[in-house]
Design a protein around this ligand. Structure first.
Ligand code: EPS
Length: 394
C-alpha cells in the first residue's frame, strides 16, 4: 500500500486541486480541522495583500462520505478568490482582450529558466505555477495525512526558529503541548523575546523594500521506531523527508536534528547514547539525531528544519534583462509578501505529515483504518514499545 498525492493549479487561475490516493477506508475527517490547517497557512506577520483576499477552505469532491474516507482517491478543491480579478488574464480559454506579456524575469525565481525550458515568451506561464500559492493544495493534502497520523498517536507541530538574522532559543526537549499557542504568536515563534525582535526586523526591512528568509522547524511526536528503512536508498526516511521539505518553494536547505552543529563535534558528543528501563523501555537522553538512525525512526521526537531564502519578488527590484529586447531592465515588481517563514512552517508540517503517512502506509498496510491500528498494535507488542508523548487529537 502506498500513499500518493498530486497538486494542480496556478496562483491566479480558478483554483487549486489535490488528489490524495492510498488512504484507508473508515478514517474520520473533521472539516473544521482541515479548514483550520488551511487558515494556519495564511498566518504570519509579513504577508502581503493577497492574504486579505483569500480565505482558503477545502471543498472535498470525492473519496469521503458523511465524514469518513471510502478508500478511493480523495479529490479536494481550493478556490482562488483572486481569480475574479484575473479572469481575463488567466482564463483557460481564449479571450477578446489584448493580454500583456511579462518579460522581466526575477532573479531567484523560476521565471528565466522556466521560459527557456518550456518555450514560452510570457514569464507569467511559468510564475503562476512556480508560485507558493501551490502550497495551499499541499496543506489540504497534508491535513488529510495528519488526520490519519493522529489516529495512530502521531502529532506533528512546527515553529519558527529564525527570521533574517534573529534566532530564537528553543528547548530541544519540548513536548507537543508546548506548541499549543504557537499560532497566536505573530511569527509563530515560541521565544517571546525573539518574536518581538523578528516582528521589528520585518517592519524595518519591509520599509527598506527588502524581503526576509529564515528557518522553521517541524517536530513529530509519538512515532514508533522502525518507520522507513536502512535497506535501500529510496526507503531511507531522512532522504524522503529531505526531498519533501526541499521541494517547498523557496527552501534552500534541510537539516535533520542538529546536523550542522553535529558536523562540527567529535563523535563522542554527536550521538545519542542508549539506555533501557522497565518503565520506558529503550530511551535516549539527547536527540542530536533528530529521531532518525539508519534512515528509520528510532522512537525519539523527529526534528527536521527548512532554510527559507528571502522571497525573490522584490518591491525594489533587482537587475534583470528584458527577455524580448535583451536590454538591461528591473525585474518584475508585483504585490508580494515580505516574509513567508511562519507559513512555510505550516507547509513543512504538511510535507512531513504526507511523508510519514506514506511510510506508515507502507509499513502497516490495511484497507480499513482498523486494520492499520491492529497491525500497529501487533508491532508495538512485538518490540515491547512503551507509550510516548504523541497525543491523538482528532
Ligand atoms: C506569490 C506571490 C503572492 C503571494 C502568493 C505567492 O501572490 P500575489 O502575487 O497574488 O499577491 O501571496 O502566495 C499565496 C497566494 C498563498 O496563498 O500563499 C508568489 O509569487 O510565489
Amino acid at each position: 500500500m502506498s500513499l500518493k498525492f498530486v497538486t494542480a493549479g496556478e496562483s491566479h487561475g480558478p483554483g487549486l486541486t489535490t488528489i490524495v490516493e492510498g488512504m484507508p477506508a473508515g478514517l474520520a475527517l473533521d472539516r473544521e480541522a482541515l479548514d483550520r490547517d488551511m487558515a494556519r497557512r495564511q498566518l504570519g506577520h509579513g504577508r502581503g495583500g493577497r492574504m486579505k483576499i483569500e480565505t482558503d477552505t477545502v471543498d472535498i469532491r470525492s473519496g469521503v462520505r458523511h465524514g469518513k474516507t471510502l478508500g478511493g482517491p480523495i479529490a479536494v478543491l481550493v478556490a482562488n478568490r483572486d481569480y475574479a480579478n484575473w479572469e481575463e488574464r488567466m482564463n483557460p480559454w481564449p479571450v477578446e482582450a489584448e493580454i500583456e506579456e511579462v518579460h522581466l524575469p526575477r532573479p531567484g525565481h523560476a521565471d528565466l529558466v522556466g521560459i527557456q525550458k518550456y518555450g514560452h515568451t510570457d514569464v507569467r506561464n511559468i510564475l503562476e505555477r512556480a508560485s507558493a500559492r501551490e502550497t495551499a493544495a499541499r496543506v489540504a493534502a497534508g491535513s488529510i495525512a495528519r488526520s490519519f497520523l493522529n489516529r495512530l498517536g502521531v502529532t506533528v507541530r512546527s515553529h519558527v526558529l529564525q527570521i533574517a538574522s534573529v534566532r530564537a532559543e528553543v528547548d530541544p526537549q519540548l513536548g507537543p503541548e508546548a506548541f499549543d499557542a504557537v499560532d497566536e504568536d505573530p511569527v509563530r515563534c515560541l521565544d517571546p523575546e525573539a518574536s518581538a525582535e523578528m516582528v521589528a526586523e520585518i517592519n524595518r526591512l519591509r520599509k527598506a523594500n527588502e524581503s526576509l528568509g529564515g528557518v522553521f522547524e517541524v517536530r513529530a511526536f509519538g512515532l514508533v521506531p522502525g518507520v522507513g528503512s536502512h535497506i535501500s536508498w529510496q526507503e531511507r526516511l531522512d532522504g524522503r523527508l529531505a526531498q519533501a521539505i526541499g521541494s517547498i518553494q523557496s527552501i534552500k536547505g534541510v537539516e535533520i536534528g542538529g546536523a550542522w552543529d553535529v558536523a562540527g563535534r567529535p563523535g563522542s558528543a554527536a550521538h545519542d547514547e542508549i539506555f533501557w528501563s522497565e518503565e520506558r523501555g529503550y530511551y535516549r537522553e539527547t536527540n542530536h539525531a533528530g529521531g532518525l538512525e539508519g534512515g528509520m525512526t528510532n522512537g525519539e521526537t523527529l526534528i527536521v528544519r527548512g532554510a527559507v531564502k528571502p522571497i525573490s519578488t522584490m518591491t525594489k527590484p533587482l537587475r534583470s534583462v528584458d527577455t524580448e529586447t535583451k536590454e538591461p531592465a528591473a525585474a518584475l515588481r508585483e504585490r508580494t509578501d515580505s516574509t513567508v517563514v511562519p507559513a512555510a512552517g505550516v507547509v513543512g508540517e504538511a510535507m512531513v505529515c504526507l511523508t510519514l503517512a506514506a511510510a506508515y502506509r507502507e509499513k502497516f498496510g490495511g484497507d480499513h483504518i482498523d486494520d492499520v491500528l491492529a497491525a500497529l498494535a501487533a508491532y508495538r507488542e512485538r518490540i515491547g514499545w512503551r507509550e510516548r508523548s504523541g497525543r491523538p487529537e482528532r
